[in-house]
Write a protein that binds this ligand. Sequence first.
Ligand code: GLC
Length: 434
Amino acid sequence: MSISQQIGKLKKRVQKRLKLPRLFILFLGAIAVLCFWVIPAFTQQPIPIKVFIQSLEGTQWEPIVRDFNQTHDNIRLEVIKGPNDTNLVEDLYTSAFLLGDSPYDLVYMDIVWVPKFAAAGWLMPLSDRISEAELSEYLQGDIEGGTYEDQLYRMPFRSDGGMLYYRTDMLEQAGLQPPKTFEELIQTAKTVKEKNIAEIGYVWQGKQYEGLSAMFVEILEGQGGYWVNPDTKEVGLDGKEAIQALEFLRDTIKTGISPEGVTTYAEEETRLLFESGKTLFLRNWPYVYPLASKSEIAGKFAIKPMIHSPGENSGACLGGWGPGISSSTKHPDEAWEVIEYLSQPDVQRKFFLETGYVPARKSLFTDPTLVAQYSYYPNLLDVVENSALRPPIAQYAQASDILQRYLSAAITGSLSPQQAMQAAARETRNLLGR
Ligand code: GLC
């Protein structure tokens, strides 16, 4: 072998040796890309964000949840459905928090739970996540209802206000107008019943639960009375207006315009009775409107602000729901991403079009698409802007519990309205340390 041949052989061997490590390095590189980018991208699980909601609304959220999950790979929004009574849902959230870390990342709250949940430290403050300008798009009452000690804990989603539903066809047949005062409601219902046009005069929520307190606030406001002054903590339940308010409720049963069963009805029972076609008047929230429009009374009813005493204002109790972030969630940013999504005007328009709930975002009350479907929306804005608040105090749940117990005792006949209101006032003063 010549020298040049030997050199050539040596070169080839060296080149072969060099090729192996290069291939090896390329191989390692490929593995790294697979491990750190490709496989995680395919196997990464979306972060679950859970929220517990009343059953009826949970079902109505299904399109939102579907749209959200289709457009967000990183998060999986999950709704767990609970009972329909607000205080049962509140109790279940409360037990979850008391037992330790809540399994829910978002807390979908009734306006009256906020002070208690915030005072207990169960919610994360939201004020740093949202600007004043964005908040000014919402109804003032809803912002205030979501605020505790100057911090926002609940983002407004939907507002609420009690209204009077009436059968337009029945009133027309009797030649009567919708009532404005308590007295007119009783007289009109009596006449329509006597003429056998309606079987039932008036249905309202008389079951011992939060809905009873909310409904009573409207009657109280319509009489010019008050429950608790949030600034002075003064209690007005034994005032003459409060006693008259309770007498009105008891009289609807005594005179037979309301069935005795009202003392066991929540929102849904009264809605179904109204939809069955037998009932002239119903007190309920605006969610009933689209549902009743699909029932046999479609096109035969209308809504108006609640009745009041002559010279007093119509009272609508401010209700409403919105999400907050649980202080025990491990994913506050993802929970906030859901809240931001829910706050988009387009998402809300779609939801309200479908459900007829009351918006909390002011511009939606005059939104042409929504007004085309619900012509009363602009008037509703006026109703909710002038609505009555349940006392925004941390002891609200106990105060409401006292009121519910005594209202129930009076409407079922075991105490007189005066005895009931005096006892309720006494217990409420004890609770508030007055
Ligand atoms: C509605 C209201 C809520 C109220 C409840 C009473 O859901 O939005 O604020 O507490 O009714 O039943």
